[in-house]
Design a protein around this ligand. Structure first.
Ligand code: HAM
Length: 405
């Protein structure tokens, strides 16, 4: 099932012009410190960091946006055609407290779009995300959308928020007190009702946006609206990584419990420059695949096995016939595989072969024993209605060519 989800992802991403990027599992620790931000939870307490034999500090990647941008800068991809469109599927590592929906080795399916763009890039990435989730069979996911503005508006807001909260600091919990100095925007995410009450009177980020940021966000929203994509504006959504500018979003899935974010993403207009490249607009998302598998709709097309599957059962025989049966079974299997059937060989009793076929979700079972060998034929059992017929080897191709699962 994991594999089928990934296969669908690759198909859809390719259709949107996204190609795969594979970055190393570990990077220099400084990359994440600079990109994700020293003050974030990820860098502050969740990284798997170690010294290698050369005394270098390395970190198992906690996310893949920074590695993608690092690759873009390192290989001077800004000199090639823009934008660069990438997707990735793979493990990430975060030292979090393990619980439902939260793993230390987590898996993400993500996409990043770098260079040449603005609101149009945000729209492209969001439509890609929605296309993929819809293709998986999701119908009523909630997209939460906000803008954090450009770097300057974000900094101005940060100052205003700290000025508002500092006199109230003794009424904040220990986590938020720590965040007040290090990463105050994260306090907006609080789950504590008392803190939410305190925040009710806090300055709001939208008041600090420049006219340009506002226009950017309105264009994203109105375009999504015209596609009938359901989303909710969430003025308090800030995300836990420092690199975001402009549009940020999360997709929430019911059924995930407390860790209900299925996907997170947004734009990062300053990240490539921060890593030593030219000013470059970037936007992307990452879906938590572990969580995705948990809430995959029961009716998802990827759950339905689109393969045409058969079990070919070689029945018990006298020693004298064994070699000839083995040859015949494999020859018929190869012939059917050329006709795009998946054929699983089984040797043993018919009842067991039927069990195997049921478990595989096969369409039918072919029985090949001594008498069939003699007559150059097989008995074919259709599993849906248990009907059985005899087909000669010569007619096998024709028979299965028109045999619908
Ligand atoms: P993130 O919000 O840190 O964003 O992670 C994205 C998704 O990964 C989450 O919504 C969640 O589904 C999943 N996830 C995160 N941590 C865990 C965990 N410990 N166990 C299971 N699942 C988890 C990023 O990683 C950004 N790089 C996304 C992005 C791409 N922004 C722009 N481009």
């Amino acid at each position: 099932l994991w594999w089928r989800v990934e296969e669908l992802a690759r198909r859809i991403f390719r259709r949107h012009g996204y190609g795969e990027i594979r970055t190393p599992i570990f990077e220099a620790s400084g990359l994440f410190e600079r990109a994700v931000g020293e003050e974030t939870d990820i860098v502050g307490k969740e990284m798997y960091t170690f010294l290698d034999r050369g005394g270098r500090s390395l970190t198992l990647r906690p996310e893949s946006t920074a590695p993608a941008c690092r690759a873009y800068v390192e290989h001077r991809l800004d000199r090639g055609p823009q934008p660069v469109r990438w997707y990735y599927i793979g493990p990430q590592f975060r030292y979090e407290r393990p619980q439902k929906g939260r793993f230390r080795q987590l898996h993400q399916i993500g996409a990043e779009r770098l260079g040449a763009g603005g609101p149009d890039a945000d729209v492209e990435i969001l439509l890609l995300l929605v296309d993929f989730l819809e293709a998986l069979g999701f119908q009523d996911l909630e997209v939460r959308l906000n803008t954090v503005g450009d770097t300057a508006s974000r900094a101005a807001y940060r100052d205003a928020l700290v000025a508002y909260l500092r006199p109230l600091a003794d009424r904040l919990g220990p986590d938020s007190q720590r965040r007040l100095e290090r990463n105050p925007l994260r306090i907006l995410d609080t789950k504590s009702p008392e803190e939410q009450q305190l925040l009710a009177g806090a300055p709001v980020l939208s008041d600090f946006l420049t006219a340009e940021s506002r226009k950017h966000f309105e264009l994203v929203c109105s375009t999504l609206q015209s596609f009938g994509i359901r989303f909710r504006r969430e003025p308090k959504l800030v995300r836990g990584l420092d690199y975001y500018t402009h549009t940020v979003f999360e997709v929430i899935a019911a059924g995930l419990g407390a860790q209900d974010a299925l996907c997170g993403g947004g734009a990062y207009a300053g990240l490539v420059e921060e890593l030593g490249g030219p000013p470059t607009y970037g936007v992307g998302f990452a879906i938590g695949q572990d969580r995705l598998m948990e809430v995959l709709p029961a009716c998802s097309p990827v759950r339905r096995d689109e393969d045409r599957k058969l079990v070919l059962c070689r029945l018990p025989a006298h020693e004298a016939d064994e070699a000839a049966l083995l040859v015949a079974a494999n020859r018929l299997a190869r012939q059917l595989r050329q006709q795009n059937w998946t054929v699983v060989l089984y040797a043993g009793r018919p009842e067991r072969a039927l069990e195997v076929a049921d478990r595989l979700g096969a369409t039918g079972v072919l029985f090949l024993g001594e008498s069939e060998l003699e007559e150059e034929q097989v008995r074919v059992r259709r599993l849906s209605n248990r009907s059985q017929e005899v087909v000669s080897w010569k007619q096998l191709e024709e028979f299965f060519g028109s045999w619908n699962p």
